[in-house]
Design a protein around this ligand. Sequence first.
Ligand SMILES: [Zn+2]
Length: 476
Amino acid sequence: MEYEVVIGLEVHTELSTKTKIYCGCTTEFGGQPNTHVCPVCLGLPGALPHLNKKVVEYGIKAGLALNCSITKYGRMDRKNYFYPDCPKNYQITQDELPLCTEGYIEIELEDESIKKIGIERIHIEEDAGKLLHTGVGTLVDFNRAGVPLAEIVSKPDLRSPKEAVQYLEKLKSILSCIGVSDCKMEEGSLRCDANISVMEKGSDKFGVRTEIKNMNSFKALEKALNYETERQIVALEKGEKLTQDTRRWDDNNNITTIMRSKEFANDYRYFPEGDLVTLNIDDKWIEEIRETIPELPYEKEVRFVNEFKIPKYDAKVLTLTMSMAEFFEETAVLSEDAKASSNWLMGDISKIMKENAVWVENLKFTPKQLAELIKLINGGTISNAIGKKIIVDMFNTGKNPKVIIEEKGLIQNSNEDEIFKVVKSVLDNNGKTIEDYKNGRKRVLGFLVGLVMKETKGKANPQIVNKLINEEIKKY
Ligand SMILES: [Zn+2]
């Protein structure tokens, strides 16, 4: 039988407000355990919550950017459960009246067609504390308790692990672009759970689904969904009955393992949160929030292709984060060479950033300095090869490329007489290679150019080197 996979994602994103959702404690990541706390977020008796208006604003902003309708008369609810990371023994969240409903994200399929993935709802809620399992026992840190979250629930519209990754990537880029979340998966500010089932291809009756938790990267998401698809198909083929389980992705062993079965599902006994007033959101405020939404990544992507004439692939990569998009745009305008700006950012600079775990916003050099480097190369002052060395120095020190060039004496040599001497000596010493060339192996030219560049420590103007070698080799 042929199968089709059905996936829906539940994404929790930490909203980047300065203070928590129901009290004035800081939301800053880390800190000494239990220092970002007060009676409200510790759930002490008698402490009363206040809803942070900024959290509602960010929730609405996310909803508008994701094409949702905003619920004007909403409320907060209690979700009751007992667990050591939840000090009140209930979480204040939204049940029947989520802040936003019925939105969508568009993803591009392999055949370049556009597919709409529905968003069922977005609701706001508080995060729980963190349990630290140590050798002596389990400790609890409530710094994260009360940090605001938006939970974004997709419809079961995704039909492959790849589509799920695309959806999450797009969601991440939109949320970080509008500034409601920093979406750092490694710090837990973007977390994703998946509901997944398989059904007979072409059927409209979904199979029994499992929920997968603990996927902390795009790679883990794709691997977990691929594994789970395969596991469910194998079980069905064997005639086994699938059960509605919650499973955990085990990144070390590349498998999903069962956490709990739905037979023991919690009854959360939701009821309205009596300590908070109902939400009454007026159109004027919604419109004011709409005004604050900047150009979105996919809009930017289209504009970059049209305005800067860079390939679609480049535009896609450069608009994955707002900071990268802005860095590119400024560099492209100042250097008047968009393709070179894109190449540097996607190539050498991304590589160095990755190696050093540095974000674009923490780079020591500015778009203006990168534009200057590009202009120095385009103007023939330095070669591209030297540029690659300079960018490392710029990354480490933030110095201007001109300063580095002067300090290290890296100016490109375009003196034909001087280069001629080196070319001549290289040719004189490589008779065998010249023979190869005469026997039709034209590629050896590159090798000879390399030798000259090496001899001149990368400073010779490559165009002149190429020209001279081409001219001189014929004389042998
Ligand atoms: Zn607090």
